[in-house]
Ligand binder design. Structure first.
Ligand SMILES: *Cc1c(COP(=O)(O)O)cnc(C)c1O
Length: 395
């Protein structure tokens, strides 16, 4: 027997639920690529992408996923043989660094681990030791989607300044943009990147990069530049140059609608909604953890992010059986553990177009699975989430 008929709920950390309004905005014929409305759409999107990153810097829109935006960011400011420092806190900054390495960049990893955030003091110490200023850029993820950690980008920016170092600070905001604040200029971030398919509530296919003046100055001498990713080409007067070819019209229509929805809700409210729903998930996991078989991957509560929670399932218990139950019996798709957490964890995404019924329903389904699979757990996790959310959201 299953109870999965009806709409499937995707609780994976990307792609996320695409709102019906966004799907409808895309369901239309293609338009002339040389006419006014499309040009105005591009101008508005470039302005509003910079707005969500909170920067007066320049925005670029690529037809790509996050991996493409990684490459766009790197090729525009680095040259072969340059050295960069990658701040480890999970998988994603490491992956970004790996693509730099394959392009001929020398990569040093500031050792971290899968269960905690980057320590700004360690960043400062490493940069102070770089007397010859050989490090050209620092790569870090705001949220690492594999571990479920949130890094304090403001404090890392502060650490870079305290070290008196001039390396570019480059931030991956794929799993955080549109879900929590990103104050690029205030934090001293030089280059940031993201994608359309997570907190930005649109289908996969758009990559976003923003760069400040300092980064655009460094760009002039970057040796890794290629025709498709190049910022200078994309700053040309002709509209087609903005996309290095045909604009991804339908994705642009969809992203426009998604941004309109985010702005209509108000970004502060959007961020608060994410905080509340994330905390509801954490309340539930906290109760389940009393049974000893499951627990949080991120040890320090303040380092748990508001967009995805990685839940460890102790040895002898199979997280894949739990994921299969949730999917096949109830139509809820949870994320699997990746990297070191492969086969040892599941992940619950709470990013983008999510509301209380989606999250409370997901938690209830996980609790059904814990019962059905006889995985030891504290009872009443979903109830704890309901109680807490009800206290926060007053009549
Ligand atoms: C999803 C994700 C990426 C990769 O994005 P793709 O669109 O899958 O290429 C990069 N960084 C972070 C933090 C992510 O969560």
């Amino acid at each position: 027997m299953s109870v999965r008929a009806g709409r499937e709920f995707l609780a994976i950390p990307g792609p996320t639920t695409v709102p019906d309004e966004v799907l409808r905005a895309m369901h239309r014929p293609a338009v002339d690529i040389y006419s006014g409305p499309l040009l105005a759409l591009t101008d508005g999107l470039l302005k509003d992408i910079a707005r969500v990153f909170n920067t007066t810097g320049r925005a670029y829109i690529y037809i790509s996923n996050g991996h493409g935006a990684w490459e766009a960011a790197l090729t525009n400011v680095l040259s072969k043989g340059d050295k960069i420092l990658v701040l480890e806190s999970g998988r994603f900054a490491i992956g970004w660094g790996e693509s730099a390495r394959r392009m001929g960049v020398e990569v040093e990893i500031l050792k971290g681990d899968m269960r905690r955030a980057v320590r700004p003091a360690e960043v400062e110490a490493r940069l102070k030791a770089d007397k010859g200023k050989t490090i050209k850029a620092i790569l870090v993820a705001q949220v690492d989607t594999a571990s479920g950690v949130v890094n304090d980008i403001a404090a890392i920016g502060q650490a870079v300044r305290a070290a008196g170092h001039d390396a570019l600070l480059m931030v991956d905001a794929v799993a955080s943009l549109g879900c929590m604040p990103f104050n690029m200029d205030e934090w001293g971030v030089d280059v940031a990147m993201s994608g359309s398919q997570k907190g930005m509530m649109a289908p996969p296919g758009l990559g976003f990069v923003v760069a400040n003046d300092r980064a655009r100055e460094v760009h002039k001498k970057a040796g890794l530049r290629t025709p498709y990713w190049d910022w200078t080409d994309r700053e040309g007067d002709q509209h087609y140059q903005k996309y290095a070819g045909t604009p991804p019209e339908h994705l642009l229509f969809g992203q426009r609608q998604a941004l309109d929805m985010l702005f209509a809700e108000g970004l502060d409210n959007v961020f608060r909604r994410h905080q509340l729903l994330a905390e509801a998930v954490r309340r539930a996991v906290g109760i389940w953890a009393e049974g000893q078989a499951i627990g949080f991957n991120i040890i320090e509560p303040s380092e748990r992010c508001d967009t995805v929670t990685a839940v460890l399932v102790n040895s002898g218990r199979n997280p894949e059986a739990l994921r299969a139950y949730c999917n096949e019996k109830c139509g809820v798709i949870l994320g699997h553990g990746i990297g070191e957490l492969s086969g040892k964890a599941f992940r619950v995404a709470h990013m983008g177009h999510v509301n209380a019924p989606m999250i409370l329903g997901t938690l209830s389904v996980i609790e059904m699975a814990l019962n059905a699979l006889e995985i030891p757990h504290g009872k009443g996790g979903a109830q704890a989430a309901i109680d807490w959310l009800g206290q926060q959201v007053k009549a």
